[in-house]
Ligand binder design. Structure first.
Ligand SMILES: NC(=O)c1ccc[n+]([C@@H]2O[C@H](COP(=O)([O-])OP(=O)(O)OC[C@H]3O[C@@H](n4cnc5c(N)ncnc54)[C@H](OP(=O)(O)O)[C@@H]3O)[C@@H](O)[C@H]2O)c1
Length: 322
């Protein structure tokens, strides 16, 4: 099968398309013929091996799996002996830790759910990691309730475009922060208010929010906290930071500060849960959430897809088609 592979960490130019062995599903696995796979900043960090702390998980000297990508959508091509309830030919979406920028991927059966009929496989591929992060941040970390005020920075990006819609589905009053060119997009996602960050610094206004999901961290923690109500929740959710520890420094700072204030400062890491994928499938099926696709690239241009994601100006999601 054809796959994007990398034998060392580095910039997108380390990726090339090669012919490799098709994986064989284990007893609990589903073999998916991948139709589309989305890429996001996390895939970029893993490809480059920076921050270096990531290498403890993904391989010290070189990437362990060598195929980038985690999210996918496609068609069930084979199932392992122990798998039940999954039909051959069924359209599914989910994630695989063994790389998804490949014609086939082996995925544990509980990492996949059916694609809702209203969705294309391209749209479904855009969903897993970014939407899961938005869902868990707003529902589990911030416990967003109807009529609460929620501010989302990076509202035009992968996580932000889902977060605006999910916060609206929870009944919140949502403010999205984005650049001028994305104001219309963020409003179309359902945001009640849109702040153009090139004109207004949300930390410098009188307005206070119950929940802030900060996907960008363009301002220091102290400034963002000023825009939070006295008992509000701030989720610092950027993967950026120094080349050794990435966001770890800020995470530790937020955790320590949290002990000295009534404000809840809650950095978190999203966790891949089957039930949450089902919840997302429901939100998609009922039209409460619709993925925004910025660009799609063929597999031969996977390096360009990751280069684009790495530049940090994505509008919605970037998808690689197989
Ligand atoms: N906690 C977790 O488990 C978890 C999981 C997934 C992702 N993340 C992290 O979440 C962050 C966001 O990911 P993503 O996929 O949404 O990134 P993305 O798709 O690259 O989106 C970033 C968006 O932010 C906008 N932006 C840039 N500067 C801004 C500013 N000052 N104010 C408001 N918006 C600004 C960009 O558009 P313009 O430049 O055009 O304005 C772009 O649309 C990343 O750092 C990622 O590592 C965390």
């Amino acid at each position: 099968m054809r796959a994007a592979v990398q034998h060392r960490y580095g910039p997108p130019s380390v990726l090339h398309v090669a012919e490799i062995e098709r994986p064989l599903p284990g007893r609990g696995d589903v073999l998916v013929k991948v139709a589309a796979a989305s890429v996001h900043p996390g895939d970029y960090f893993v490809m480059t091996g920076k921050p270096y702390v990531l290498r403890l998980v993904f391989g010290l000297r070189r990437p362990r799996h060598g195929i980038p990508g985690r999210d996918l959508a496609g068609v069930v091509a084979a199932v392992g002996r122990d798998v039940t309830g999954v039909r051959l030919g069924e359209k599914v979406f989910g994630w695989s830790s063994a790389g998804t920028l490949a014609e086939y991927a082996c995925v544990p059966a509980d990492h996949l759910v059916p694609v809702p009929p209203s969705l294309s496989v391209l749209e479904a591929a855009a969903v897993p990691t970014s939407a899961l992060t938005a869902l868990q941040a707003l529902r589990d970390v911030a416990s967003v309730r109807p009529a609460q005020t929620v501010l989302v920075t990076g509202a035009s990006g992968g996580v932000g475009s889902f977060a605006v819609q999910i916060a609206k589905a929870f009944g919140a009053e949502v403010t999205g922060v984005c650049s001028t060119r994305n104001v219309h997009l963020v409003r179309s996602l359902g945001a009640d208010h849109v702040i153009d960050y090139t004109r207004t610094d949300f930390t410098g206004t009188e307005k206070r929010y119950d929940v802030i999901l900060d996907n960008v961290e363009a301002q220091p923690l102290a400034a963002v906290r000023r825009a939070l109500t006295p008992t509000g929740t701030l989720i610092p959710n950027s993967g950026h930071g120094g080349r050794w520890l990435g966001p770890l420094g800020r995470i530790v700072k937020a955790r320590v500060l949290s002990g000295f204030t009534r404000q809840r400062l809650r950095p978190f890491t999203s966790v891949e849960k089957y039930q949450d994928l089902l919840t997302l499938a429901d939100l998609l099926a009922t039209g409460q959430v619709t993925p925004v696709i910025d660009r799609s690239y063929p597999l031969d241009e996977a390096a360009d897809a990751l280069r684009y994601v790495g530049a940090g100006h994505t509008r919605g999601k970037v998808v690689v088609t197989l």
